[in-house]
Ligand binder design. Structure first.
Ligand SMILES: NC(=O)C1=CN([C@@H]2O[C@H](COP(=O)(O)OP(=O)(O)OC[C@H]3O[C@@H](n4cnc5c(N)ncnc54)[C@H](OP(=O)(O)O)[C@@H]3O)[C@@H](O)[C@H]2O)C=CC1
Ligand SMILES: CC(=O)C(=O)O
Ligand SMILES: [Mg+2]
Length: 496
């Protein structure tokens, strides 16, 4: 840690810690677990974003497995090159929507590598069963295509049938190589592919889209905690999303499902409480014909509106959620207006990395006169205004996916069900203490993440058993104790 702390630049710290992962895996995880709050912003957002942007020029060792379009027809053979014969979880990207940074092609590998490091450090899934994969179908990023250090295929992205067939070959090969229960986590695909792949493969594989589903559970968890803090109920809220893509509509769907569970309303009625804003403005009925399928059920009767501030004024949301990938869009005007009719507005600026955050923690607290319940997608430091300190939370799917993945693995789940996401969200919210709520926190502390992950894992496995989707029988009597007992710890035995 002294070596890592001696670097002043975060990217240098990233290079140092990833070098350690290569040289001494156990020590890498020990360092990560013992210093989780300090190291998370390095191996994960925001630094991993910069690392992906510069991946070619900082490249020292290959991490993970690259599968390129040139290996069409031989994907199974490529998988067999991976030295570990037993794999339980794959995190895969095609690099087209890396955080809010866009198409980084093959350099997106930093994301599956980082996510799987968190599976082990935060969720206790043994690193040997984790396989990071980048599917290289080219990139449309001209800067990378012209960069002499670019590590991927120098061609435009394959699309249409060529792309679909290649992904299909991959999905079939992973089952052949690792069996029916292999968990495949899709990460940072562009939304035109993400929704389609999830829809297609959730019928035949154990798949999980972290950006759509993991994010939905983590945000719902934060909202449940905020409602507890404000002593309000979910059906009385009005939600406004700025950004109606994977994260935005994924969260909105799960919120609507939770409303139907808590109040006597249909799924459609629940959605009437939820408004969405995309790059063309408020999503309204008049735009129905031209809307992508994932947005359609959120198109409500309203006149067209092209400014976020106008939407805030007319809809009077109680919860404002940013999933646009565009920084500095929750302006002073927006936050002041939101705070004019809410005692404690909930503001979630979830876009990553920090430069893409819709507002900073300081802006949220300053412009709401300290009344906002705020969470960012990337970490923000506590803010002191007029002698009072405010503690921002981090609304990031890192709270959820390691626990969900662990839960699916320990019960031998064959499919993921939305009720498991609800169970994960509730388990997360239950971990926020009254003391933390009193400080304005809507997420528990990352320093307790392994305890939190065990709780989420047990809740997900419990739901899998209830739904008949778990194959590991008999069901353990005490799932929480079982989940904890299955967590890998990088222990050092004492010398004699
Ligand atoms: N905190 C967390 O755990 C997570 C955070 N994220 C972050 O969320 C962001 C978005 O990710 P994702 O949902 O997957 O991306 P998508 O590309 O699927 O969605 C982006 C959405 O934002 C809209 N948008 C883009 N520009 C604007 C604008 N200027 N004004 C209003 N809306 C705009 C897009 O509109 P249109 O549909 O018209 O193109 C689209 O609806 C990223 O920064 C990502 O890092 C994602 C997952 C998890
Ligand atoms: C956190 C995450 O998954 C994202 O920003 O894409
Ligand atoms: Mg992601």
């Amino acid at each position: 840690m002294e070596n890592i702390r001696s670097y002043t630049d975060s990217l240098q710290k990233y290079i140092a810690i990833m070098g350690l992962q290569e040289r001494n895996t156990r020590l890498f995880y020990r360092v990560l677990i013992d210093n989780v709050e300090e190291m998370l912003p390095i191996v994960y957002t925001p630094t991993v974003g910069e690392a992906c942007q510069k991946y070619g020029s900082i490249f020292q060792h290959p991490h993970g497995l690259y599968i390129s379009l040139n290996e069409r027809g031989k994907v199974l053979d490529v998988l067999k090159n991976w030295p570990e014969p037993l794999v339980d979880v794959i995190v895969v990207t095609d690099g087209e929507r890396i955080l809010g940074l866009g198409d980084l092609g093959c350099q997106g590998m930093g994301i599956p590598v980082g996510k799987l490091a968190l599976y082990t450090a935060l969720g206790g899934v043994r690193d040997s069963v984790c396989l990071p994969i980048t599917i290289d179908v080219g990139t449309n990023n001209e800067d990378l295509l012209n960069d002499k250090f670019y590590i991927g295929l120098r061609q435009k992205r394959a699309t249409g049938k060529e792309y679909d067939d290649f992904i299909h070959e991959f999905m079939m090969a992973v089952k052949q190589a690792y069996g029916e229960k292999i968990l495949v986590q899709f990460e940072d695909f562009a939304n035109r592919n993400a929704f389609k792949l999830l829809e297609k493969y959730q019928k035949t594989h154990l798949v999980f889209n972290d950006d759509i589903q993991g994010t939905s559970a983590v945000v719902l968890g934060g909202i449940l905690a905020a409602l507890k803090s404000n002593q309000e109920s979910i059906q009385d809220q009005i939600f406004l999303f700025f950004g109606a893509g994977e994260a935005g509509t994924g969260i909105a769907e799960l919120i609507a499902l939770e409303i139907t569970k808590q109040a006597d309303v249909s799924f459609e009625e629940a959605k009437e409480k939820i408004w969405m804003f995309d790059s063309k403005g408020l999503i309204v009925k008049a735009r129905l014909e031209s809307l992508q399928p994932h947005k359609r059920s959120f198109a409500h009767e309203h006149e067209e509106c092209h400014e976020l501030i106008s939407a805030v004024k007319t809809l009077r949301p109680t919860v404002l959620i940013g999933t646009s990938g565009h920084g500095n869009t929750f302006t002073k005007d927006v936050i002041q207006t939101l705070s004019s009719f809410n005692k404690r507005p909930v503001i979630m600026a979830l876009s990553n990395p920090t430069s893409k955050s819709e507002c900073t923690a300081e802006q949220a607290y300053r412009w709401s006169e300290g009344r906002a319940l705020f969470a960012g997608g990337s970490p923000f430091a506590p803010v002191t205004i007029n002698g009072k300190t405010y503690y921002p939370g981090q609304g990031n799917n890192a709270y959820i996916f390691p626990g969900i993945g662990h839960g699916l693995i320990i019960c031998g789940a064959i499919r993921l069900h939305n009720d498991m996401l609800l169970a994960a969200a509730e388990a997360l919210a239950s971990q926020v203490t009254q003391e933390q709520l009193d400080k304005g926190l809507i997420y528990p502390l990352f320093q307790d993440i392994r305890k939190i992950s065990a709780c989420i894992s047990a809740a997900v496995a419990e739901k899998a058993y209830q739904l008949g989707l778990a194959t590991r029988l008999p069901k353990p009597d005490d799932l929480l104790a079982y989940a904890k007992s299955c967590m890998y710890s990088p222990l050092y035995r004492p010398y004699r």
